[in-house]
Design a protein around this ligand. Structure first.
Ligand code: BGC
Length: 350
């Protein structure tokens, strides 16, 4: 009897001393709950359903989120990130009452992916005026004094709306804060949003990232409220003149023809990941790489090499990722033919 109690105790001590699966993958979790840490370790491989629900109006950029994509995406990925331009589907007034028809549409999308067992990141994307950016065609302006409160009120409604959904639904407060939100303004605003979200969703995982477009180098400016259910998002588009070559909407478009990835380019990618990981180790919040990707104007072999390299480097550090994106201009799926762009799909997943 005594021996078995002793053996049991010894086993318990051994198990307690063993790293959890997430820790053994290299995640740093001392500031978050066991559940949040475990989730960070399970997000794995994911994809952004980009340019579908985040243009000013669905379809404005030539892509629609069709129900048949579910059976393409679900077998290959564990996580899906759904960028949504809520700011343009809510009243322009302070209360920001959600457009019920559009919100009902988003409900169906979220529920269809949750029903397949995927983690779903609901990402509030492109509130341009908040950053001081120019409005896009079909995007309506709001009074400057209601800009921030609208965002808080949008989240109040979303949090209430989705509070009973599965824990696999993750709220991402704001994609790529930048411009006017750089530094302290974002810290103050994220604390307001988080407080609102927590009144209806005390333990749901919330994803948020630093300013300067979720850059690793801005992590040291991030001030986080005391909250044990946070994951931190980083985007990595290094080397930018490769990943964004040929994009005409940039103020100074990069020429095409740049390949990837020589030693110096590899270093740019890994330096950003290492910087993020050092921050994570120091502060104890696990990381998720919410976006990386290469625009279609780059050479196909170079895109594939880039994708494989970045994926391997992220995974080597034990982090999950969501590639940008599924089917638009950085995409790995061709909406016209309804088939995967095979060299890219293989680079990402094989
Ligand atoms: C933006 C996209 C853009 C991508 C790469 C995303 O966050 O929403 O419009 O194509 O980043 O720059």
């Amino acid at each position: 009897m005594r021996t078995s109690v002793f053996l049991g105790l010894a086993l318990l001590v051994m198990v307690a001393g063993m790293p959890s699966p997430a820790q053994s993958q290299g995640l740093h979790c001392q500031a978050v709950s066991v559940e949040t840490c475990a989730m960070a370790g399970k997000l794995g491989r994911g994809i952004n359903l980009g340019n579908m629900l985040d243009p000013p109006r669905e379809g404005d950029w030539g892509y629609w989120l069709l129900p048949e994509y579910l059976d393409k995406v679900a077998p290959l990925f564990t996580t899906v990130r759904i960028p949504v331009r809520w700011s343009n589907h809510a009243a322009p007034t302070e209360d920001a009452a959600l457009d019920e028809r559009f919100a009902g549409r988003v409900d169906k999308v979220i529920d269809s992916y949750l029903a397949k067992g995927l983690y779903v990141i609901l990402d509030l994307h492109h509130y341009n005026q908040l950053f001081g950016d120019a409005l896009m065609p079909n995007e309506y302006p709001v009074a400057a004094e209601v800009l921030e409160t609208r965002l808080v009120n949008i989240w109040q409604q979303l949090a209430e709306r989705y509070k009973d959904r599965s824990d696999k639904l993750i709220f991402e407060l704001l994609n790529e804060p930048h411009g006017k939100l750089n530094g302290e303004p974002w810290n103050a605003l994220l604390a307001r949003i988080l407080k609102t979200v927590r009144s209806s969703n005390p333990t749901r995982t919330v994803l948020l990232g630093p300013t300067e477009w979720n850059a690793a180098k801005a992590l040291d400016k991030l001030r986080l409220p005391d909250d044990r259910h946070l994951l931190i998002a980083i985007h990595n588009y290094e080397p930018f003149n490769f990943t964004h070559q040929g994009i005409q909407y940039l103020p100074k478009p990069f020429p095409t023809g740049t390949k990837c990835c020589n030693k110096q380019q590899q270093q740019m990618i890994t330096d950003a990941l290492d910087l993020a990981q050092a921050w994570s180790k120091q502060h104890g919040y696990p990381l998720h790489i919410g976006e990386f990707g290469a625009y279609k104007a780059a050479n196909m072999d170079a895109r594939a090499s880039y994708i494989r390299f970045v994926r391997d480097e992220i995974e080597r550090r034990g982090m999950g990722w969501t590639y940008w994106d599924f089917a638009s201009s950085f995409g790995i799926f061709d909406t016209k033919t309804g088939i995967w762009i095979d060299p890219l799909r293989r680079a990402l997943l094989d």
